[in-house]
Write a protein that binds this ligand. Structure first.
Ligand code: HXC
Length: 262
């Protein structure tokens, strides 16, 4: 299925799905229109077995996403704000839980909803020019697309509270030091670095890659015993795949595996 989007560009190439959030004049701010399109696109991707890894980036050279659209939120009532927050939360949870690994290629400002979007991805690669923050308290609100929860889970409660209370914006180096990003790349090598990482993931056995994602996500939302029990189930499941036989036969035969994704 090919869908045309107004605020989001999407292309696939050799197993990689590339999403570009595309409202450069508003620094890719997340308005309802963009969020609805992202929601539909994620449904499309989740059902596309040909796409094995997803990369998300922002258009232009300035911003990944500068937040939720402030002009749209400006006159919202409390109830409308809650509805908007829940809508974005549901989309970010969908993103977090699509079967495929998702890499955020953060090309500039990732503020508010932009930082929250990056945190809903599995792995974050930052351009040297990227900047991160949750500046909501300087606008009279709290983060509403999962930031209070994902930031504290990702970098710890104390550091998260400092960023949340101060609205401080940190550069890529500081974000790396905090554990908010995995890799820093020169700005002109950001996408090639993300693609190289995607290719490496693509070279592995895909059923266990997706089961790793499901196991980490499931386990992080539950107690250790339940997470461990889930792991045992998906570990067992791997032995029903051709790739497990191929991977272990190749190891024993001292050759490279030839995975088929089956
Ligand atoms: C709407 C935005 C926007 C935003 C930037 N723009 N951020 N529009 N919502 N979040 C628009 C500006 O109005 C401007 O439009 C154009 O993009 C360029 O931005 P400038 O401010 O002129 O650029 P610059 O001076 O370089 O400053 C860049 C910036 C700044 C530091 C990123 O734009 C900024 O502080 N933006 C807001 C960041 C923020 O507070 N984000 C959190 C939002 S709250 P015009 O038409 O004038 O050219 C949030 C809550 C999430 O995300 C949860 C919701 C439930």
């Amino acid at each position: 299925m090919v869908t045309t989007y107004n605020n989001v560009l999407y292309q696939t190439d050799n197993g990689i799905g590339m999403i570009t959030l595309n409202r450069p004049k508003a620094l890719n701010a997340l308005n309802s229109g963009l969020l609805k399109e992202l929601d539909s696109l994620l449904d499309e991707i989740a059902q596309d077995d040909n796409v094995k890894v997803v990369i998300i980036t922002g258009s232009g050279d300035k911003a990944f996403v500068a937040g939720a659209d402030i002009s749209e939120m400006q006159s919202m009532s409390a109830l409308a704000g809650r509805t908007f927050g829940k809508f974005g939360q549901a989309i970010f949870s969908k993103l977090e839980n699509i079967p495929q690994p998702v890499i955020a290629a953060v090309n500039g400002f990732a503020l508010g909803g932009g930082c929250e979007l990056a945190m809903a991805c599995d792995i974050r690669i930052a351009s040297e020019k990227a900047k991160f923050g949750q500046p909501e308290v300087s606008l009279g609100i709290v983060p509403g697309f999962g930031g209070t929860q994902r930031l504290s889970r990702l970098i710890g409660k104390g550091r998260a509270k400092e960023l949340l209370y101060t609205a401080d914006i940190v550069d890529a180096q500081e974000a790396y030091r905090l554990g908010l990003v995995n890799i820093i790349a020169p700005a002109d090598e950001l996408i090639s670095t993300a693609k190289a990482l995607a290719e490496k993931i693509l070279s592995r056995a895909q059923v266990p890659v997706q089961l790793c994602k499901a196991a980490v996500n499931t386990g992080m939302d539950t107690d250790l015993e339940s997470g461990i029990a889930y792991e045992a189930e998906v570990f067992g499941l791997c032995f029903a795949t051709a790739d497990q036989k191929e991977g272990m036969t190749a190891f024993v035969g001292k050759r490279k595996p030839n995975f088929t994704g089956k």
